[in-house]
Design a protein around this ligand. Structure first.
Ligand code: BES
Ligand code: ZN
Length: 650
């Protein structure tokens, strides 16, 4: 930190003499020296010296130019420094002032891009040692990665444009100039101007109706990390689902949304019963357009979800349980750096599974956990064979890399199985009491892995005289021996069925049944022995997984004839079916798969399909053709991932 301070002093002298353009021309690079700041490898900000405590955004959302214009007004706690450092990426800074009522323009300097352009640029602002208010006048650009601007054709209604933001992990800095580290918590307010036929919502207190002026005001009174600031603007409507929860979507989808998410009030009650009161007053969902790169994003008070969740049979609602669980793990207790990402996601997957168990029973929650556990085993193998084998540790070292690299099944599922194994060791009652106290103790705080370990030792392990291999789970690679094992009898059944089918048995053979007609006479009738509704979606998913990696296309055709996997409402199933189809040379899937790739932007689905296609030259060519047509339908996050998969330099 010392050298950082020294840098500031010399920069300040520099400020007085030169403009920021001149400094850029002279190739001054604060980047290397700023690397000394160790609190967060993914932010340039100097929050220990001066930090934002409240942000007020005053912005205009312009759909004609696909640009946000506005001011980010930072109310700061200044420990007596003369430089405030913010993160920016792809933003144009017009001017910066200091002061609340009387604003005075101040000088600023923009550092160089970091070498892989992951972090963006540091924005160094000259302040007085007593400065509390910094106002940054700015606009977004084409290089703003957080925002997806959609033309009307890409929406459900096809009449109005739409936009939404995605902040996690480090993209908020591309739509708001701020100190973009999860280690700092801020409250925020906003005044947002949008076209009068659209409505704006944020991760804050929200309107439920459009107004004639197109001006919306927002408040987030609880302190949150910046990656949770989010906004969506579109032709939106709202329906209540319970006393303090509801759903936003385009009017065309609202009926489906109300049906799909009808269990939300029950989920909230179950979550509160497990780990304490919901702290954010209101919990709403917004169903975004298909381009949304994730299944869900836990923006506080307003979870963003992908429309692929609208399966029609509530078979994907565990994603909602997951995002709801983040209202405790992640949003209340937050990872202080992206190396501690498992604290957000591992706890959330554990909690999600407990909510699912409360609502639908252990048989179901075990099946869901096993599906993820299989993925974890594959992921461990893939990571071990890749460039960063250390990534199978829970505690990561992502310095110099994109924090997105930490978004693997390790944080999610190894993290959750660590907690499941601990639960088994301590007993559920004690473990739940421990988690309850953990969420209370660290509510509205950011913590790292080490703080968690110390708390675990002092509150659970030592008082109960428990020995546990915590360090092995967290700091070592792979899966420890004592990992909890789940057995699902229903999955064992469906695997047998898959084996019989793969061995050539006609599992769809019709059965002859005698049925009564008019109470007396009996009539012979042929009944389909095996129909889709005999099993739930997760069982069919396991059925597909159990088949050999490559099977006779005739078998796949037969399955499609009876079950129509290639065009099922459940995207998890379609996704795995397409991958099996690519491997097996089953060409019938192409039209549906292409339609899927053109429509859906969720990275979890499209990336594995493109990756599989990239394995042979003919398929790669086809995949590139589809991608060129589809890429404008994707958010930057998915576009970028697929681009790398299809055009990676060898
Ligand atoms: N917070 C994550 C999404 C995320 C993580 C975005 C890291 C950017 C960087 C969200 O809660 C999540 O985990 N979504 C999952 C759903 C889930 C049920 C595992 C997804 O989108 O697949
Ligand atoms: Zn999550």
């Amino acid at each position: 930190m010392k050298s950082l301070h020294f840098l500031f002093l010399s920069l300040i002298a520099f400020f007085a003499l030169t403009s920021c353009e001149e400094i850029q021309q002279k190739n001054v690079s604060p980047t290397e020296i700023l690397a000394d700041s160790t609190f967060d490898n993914h932010s340039y900000s100097n929050v220990q010296q001066i930090r934002t405590k409240h942000l007020h955004l005053d912005i205009d959302v312009n759909f004609d130019n696909k640009t946000i214009y506005g001011v980010a007004r930072h109310e700061m706690v200044n420990n007596g420094t003369d430089t405030a450092i913010f993160d920016i990426k792809g933003l144009k800074i017009q001017k910066i002032t200091i002061g609340k009522t009387k604003e005075k323009e101040t000088s600023f300097m923009i550092g160089q891009w970091d070498k892989d352009s992951i972090l963006g640029q540091p924005l160094l602002v000259k302040v007085d040692r007593t400065t509390k208010y910094v106002n940054i006048y700015y606009q977004t650009t084409d290089a703003t990665e957080a925002i997806d601007w959609l033309s009307p054709e890409l929406t459900a209604g096809k009449e109005f444009p739409y936009m939404y933001t995605q902040g996690e992990a480090i993209l908020t800095r591309s739509w708001i100039p701020l100190q973009d580290s999860p280690a700092n918590r801020i409250t925020y307010s906003a005044k947002v101007k949008v076209p009068t036929d659209l409505m704006a919502v944020m991760s804050a207190e929200n309107p439920t109706k459009k107004n004639d002026e197109g001006i919306y005001e927002f408040q987030m009174r609880q302190p949150i990390p910046c990656y949770l600031i989010a906004m969506a603007v579109g032709n939106l409507t709202y329906r209540k689902l319970g006393p303090s929860c509801g759903v936003y979507s385009e009017p065309q989808l609202i009926y489906q949304c109300v049906n799909e998410f009808g269990d939300l009030p029950k989920m909230i009650r179950a979550a509160e019963k497990l780990y304490g009161k919901y702290q954010w007053e209101q919990y709403d969902l917004i169903v975004l357009p298909y381009s949304f790169p994730f299944g869900g994003m836990e923006n506080p008070r307003l979870t963003f979800v992908n429309p692929t969740l609208l399966a029609g049979d509530r078979s994907l609602v565990s994603v909602v349980a997951h995002e709801l669980a983040h209202s405790w793990s992640g949003n209340l207790v937050t990872n202080s750096s992206w190396d501690d990402f498992w604290l957000n996601e591992g706890f959330t997957v554990y909690f999600e599974n407990r909510i699912m168990e409360s609502l639908y029973g252990k048989e179901i929650s075990d099946m869901l956990a096993l599906i993820e556990f299989q993925e974890l085993q594959d992921e461990i193998k893939a990571i071990e064979a890749g460039d960063f084998p250390d990534d199978t540790k829970l505690k990561l070292s992502l310095a110099g890399r994109n924090p997105d690299d930490g978004m693997t099944d390790i944080a999610y599922t190894k993290g959750a199985f660590f907690l499941k194994t601990l639960e088994q060791e301590a007993g559920r009652e004690k473990f739940d009491a421990f988690l309850n106290s953990y969420f209370k103790k660290y509510a509205f705080k950011t913590i790292n892995t080490e703080t968690f370990i110390a708390y675990l030792n002092s509150k659970l392990l030592e008082p109960n005289d428990l020995e546990f291999n915590t360090d092995e789970w967290i700091y070592e690679k792979g899966l420890p021996e004592n990992c909890l094992k789940i057995v699902s009898p229903r999955f064992e059944q469906i695997k047998l069925l898959a084996d019989r089918f793969a061995a050539g048995e006609d599992i769809f053979k019709k059965e002859i049944k005698w049925i009564k007609v008019k109470g007396r006479k009996k009539k012979k009738k042929q009944i389909n022995q095996l129909t889709r509704d005999k099993y739930i979606a997760q069982e069919w998913q396991m059925f597909i997984r159990r088949l050999p990696k490559k099977i006779d296309p005739a078998l796949m055709r037969n399955l499609d004839k009876h079950l129509n996997f290639k065009n099922w409402g459940n995207a998890e199933i379609m996704n795995e079916w397409y991958i099996l189809g690519i491997n097996s040379g089953y060409e019938d899937i192409r039209p549906n798969m292409e339609k899927f790739l053109l429509k859906v932007g969720r990275r979890k689905y499209i990336a594995p399909i493109y990756q599989e296609l990239a394995k042979t030259p003919e398929n790669l060519k086809w995949a590139r053709g589809v991608f060129e047509k589809a890429k404008n339908n994707y958010h930057f996050i998915s576009r970028n991932t697929v681009q790398e998969l299809l055009y990676k330099k060898k």
